[in-house]
Design a binder for this molecule. Structure first.
Ligand code: DAH
Length: 341
């Protein structure tokens, strides 16, 4: 057969191939060992030598054309056949799986508690816990707040209907439990939930505190200042200005409130710091001798310092959150902004 005839056959086939089976047949017919193209090459010897070169070139061109056609049509057919199969199958097992599961994120308060605990652990503190339904004795009396003492009014208490018990108003009763439980040296923090009858944009009836207590021989106010400064520096990740103001707590003497330079306005004065440039972040002091005695520790032999902080306040300051309620509504649009914690 001649090249022209084969080209015509090729054109005929082009119109006919529909399936991959057709296509395979076409490949055999034209490009197979006994196919038309091989035949053409075999007929080379009958071509006058001066035309052979040209003839060879023409066969190669045709072969290339056929190869390209088969490849291209092959892809189309494959796609069409896959589509057909997918339509026929109930389940498409070839689709990629759902690899991106909607992962949750750590609650910002959990993140901040972990951070605070980690910093104190690095400074040699152990972690203690206590019950949220607490004995009135531990929450008040043994912390040098006797019945009828006006200091009980500092904390509006939720009482439970069992005589002598309440929802702890602070984490300070963990101090009592720890000192009753073991001998100094003591160096602990106690994170946990506390409850007060309070409810406004900066107060929630349930919130989180971290208590700290160090008791040993020769523990002094300067040790306390160092520990708290160091903690604040690490937590806020800058050299925040820190000041200690004389204050009053029944369970410490002397007592101090600790302020940091306002992290919102940098000390200029703003709404958050009420124009003062300072934010109160901690209560602290030297453990009152009455507290040590009540817990069976000789105040002549041992001294201690203690401190308490509100986790919610630390979280609000660190992340610029202006309403404590956001931490307790659990709106995912709020929570997912803390994915990196
Ligand atoms: N218990 C106090 C409160 O809830 C915070 C506090 C202040 C704890 C001074 C302390 C402390 O241990 O020494 O307001």
């Amino acid at each position: 057969m001649e090249l022209g005839e084969i080209r015509n056959l090729f054109e005929e086939w082009k119109k006919r191939v529909e399936t991959s089976k057709d296509l395979e047949e076409m490949r055999q017919t034209f490009l197979g060992k006994k196919g038309y193209i091989s035949q053409l090459f075999r007929e080379m010897k009958n071509i006058p030598p001066e035309r052979r070169r040209e003839y060879g070139r023409e066969i190669n061109l045709l072969r290339e054309e056929i190869e390209n056609f088969i490849r291209q049509r092959g892809e189309e057919i494959k796609e069409r056949e896959l589509e057909k199969r997918l339509k026929a199958e109930r389940f498409d097992l070839s689709l990629p799986g759902d690899t991106v599961l909607p992962l949750g994120s750590k609650h910002p308060l959990s993140g901040v508690i972990e951070e605070i605990v980690e910093i104190f652990k690095q400074m040699g503190f152990a972690v203690e816990t206590g019950p949220e339904i607490e004995r009135e004795e531990y929450n008040f009396d043994m912390l040098n707040i006797p019945k009828e003492h006006p200091a009980r009014d500092m904390q509006d208490t939720f009482y439970v209907n069992r005589e002598g018990y309440l929802l702890r108003t602070h984490t300070s009763p963990v101090q009592v439990r720890t000192m009753l439980g073991r001998k100094p040296p003591i160096q602990i923090i106690a994170p946990g939930r506390v409850y007060r009858r309070d409810d406004d944009p900066t107060h929630s009836p349930m919130f989180f505190q971290v208590e700290g207590l160090v008791v040993n021989r020769d523990v002094n106010f300067a040790n306390m200042m160092f520990v708290l400064r160091e903690f604040l520096r690490r937590f806020f990740e800058t050299d925040v200005p820190v000041r200690f103001r004389p204050s009053y707590f029944p369970f410490t003497e002397p007592s101090a409130e600790v302020d940091i330079g306002c992290v919102i306005c940098g000390g200029e004065g703003c709404r958050v710091c009420k124009g003062t440039g300072w934010l109160e972040v901690l209560g602290a002091g030297m453990v009152h001798p009455n507290v040590l005695s009540a817990c069976g520790i000789d105040p002549e032999e041992y001294q201690g310092f203690a401190f308490g902080l509100g986790v919610d306040r630390f979280a609000m300051l660190k992340y610029g959150v202006d309403n404590i309620k956001l931490f307790y509504e659990n709106d995912v649009r709020f929570l997912k902004q803390f994915k990196s914690l």
